[in-house]
Design a protein around this ligand. Structure first.
Ligand SMILES: Nc1ncnc2c1ncn2[C@@H]1O[C@H](COP(=O)(O)OP(=O)(O)O)[C@@H](O)[C@H]1O
Ligand SMILES: [Mg+2]
Length: 390
């Protein structure tokens, strides 16, 4: 049976795959349309920040308005960011601004050549290979020059260009704080671009907007938090029903309870549940969901066990404690139970694990990131501890 899943994972979602968030989408859409706008969107990972941007851009695109959203995250050099911006802009604006590839190449002169895009085959301005090896100041200039070229094109067209720059925290990671100031300067002088910057989690955004840093007071802020559990649960129940999956009451709610609150984690469970149920004709009960979770953990198992094997003994012990639900790893009882040594050692290890993105501090205390990772540890590593220790 060939039906398409109503749930998507692994990349930002929009349209029929996008639940709720009309307020956030309105704010981002407004910023993309407004040449004076500078908006910084932030929030935890897998919460749905990039999806809000994708949905807002989709609204502009549906009206034939120029809008680009480019993911700078994971680019290793500032030159790579310039390349991504060039390629993505050319691809996404091709319909609204005919001949954009050659026009951009024209403006950028000798720094770029017109090549066929490796994916689309369409003529696309590409940066000189040497740009990657250039000093970082030169790379910043290049990124600025590409943004200037887009600004000039928008001015020529008498249009406002909506530009979403996702993964903005990597600009400072690879370009240094000077790159933030440089970007700020470029953005500040543009009169035809509505900027939406999408940052990382609260911690990196606190850094980016702290006093003395470039984005302090420079942008409006939009904090994206997890979709309210009730709303997400209802949306999932509705989508399952539309696709002909019968459910007992409370299936969506149980998904949120099991793996919430992060939107991405809940949608992953919904997708797996749909996959397991379709074609069977059986009614899905809340009690069936634990099996979907374990199915997901099995699929992720290779990656998770490899990740685990790269942790030091002390890191593993701390992960065990947190996965077992210990929120206060500094407590003497916990340190003894999990061989965690001194409080100072715990503090250092927590810091490292947080940097790796494996641990997150919340209002309740410390916790392992991702309910699937927690379950994997429960199944594969907590079992190492002998009961006698308690
Ligand atoms: N509004 C939404 N409706 C449905 N699914 C969503 C929504 N927002 C996020 N998701 C799910 O979460 C995943 C991560 O979303 P994404 O927007 O990439 O998060 P972030 O940018 O905050 O890391 C998506 O791939 C999708 O499965
Ligand atoms: Mg994102």
């Amino acid at each position: 049976m060939k039906t398409k899943s109503p749930f998507r994972i692994g990349r930002p979602v929009r349209g029929a795959y996008f639940a709720g968030r009309s307020e956030e989408t309105d704010i981002v859409e407004h910023a993309l349309r407004n040449p004076d706008a500078r908006l910084l969107v932030y929030g935890g990972r897998h919460i749905g920040k990039s999806s809000v941007l994708a949905e807002a851009r989709g609204r502009l695109r549906a009206q034939g308005l120029p809008a680009v959203s480019v993911d700078l995250g994971g680019a290793t050099t500032v030159a790579d960011m310039a390349t991504r911006l060039l390629r993505t802009s050319t691809a996404q604006l091709r319909k609204v601004w005919k001949g954009i590839g050659p026009a951009l190449a024209d403006r950028l002169g000798t720094q770029v050549s017109l090549d066929s895009d490796p994916v689309t085959g369409k003529p696309t301005p590409m940066l000189d290979r040497a740009a990657r090896a250039a000093p970082v100041e030169a790379q910043r200039e290049t990124l600025g020059t590409v943004l200037d070229a887009l600004e000039a094109m928008a001015a020529d067209q008498g249009a406002v260009l909506g530009l979403g720059l996702d993964g903005i925290h990597d600009v400072s990671r690879f370009g240094g704080e000077d790159a933030e100031w440089h970007l700020r300067g470029v953005i500040q002088r543009h009169r035809n671009i509505g900027y939406v910057l999408v940052g990382g989690d609260e911690t990196s955004t606190e850094g980016l907007t702290s006093k003395d840093r470039a984005f302090h007071g420079f942008t409006d802020l939009l904090h994206v938090t997890a979709l309210p559990g009730k709303e997400l649960a209802q949306w999932i129940d509705g989508r399952l029903k539309e696709e002909g999956i019968k459910t007992k009451r409370g299936v969506g709610r149980e998904m949120v309870r099991l793996v919430g609150p992060r939107t991405g984690d809940v949608i992953r469970l919904a997708r797996k549940t749909y996959d397991l149920a379709r074609g069977t004709g059986l009614k899905v009960r809340p009690a069936d969901l634990a099996r979907s979770v374990d199915e997901i953990v099995k699929e992720l198992s290779e990656l998770l066990s490899e990740e685990w094997s790269h942790l030091t003994g002390r890191q593993q012990n701390l992960m065990r404690a947190l996965a077992a639900g210990e929120l206060q790893p500094f407590a003497e009882r916990v340190r003894r139970l999990y061989d965690l040594r001194s409080s100072a050692a715990v503090a250092r290890t927590l810091e490292l694990l947080t940097q790796k993105g494996l641990v997150l501090k919340s209002a309740d205390g410390y916790g392992v990131v991702s309910p699937y990772r927690v379950r994997w540890i429960e199944l594969n590593a907590l079992t190492d501890l002998s009961r006698a220790a308690e």
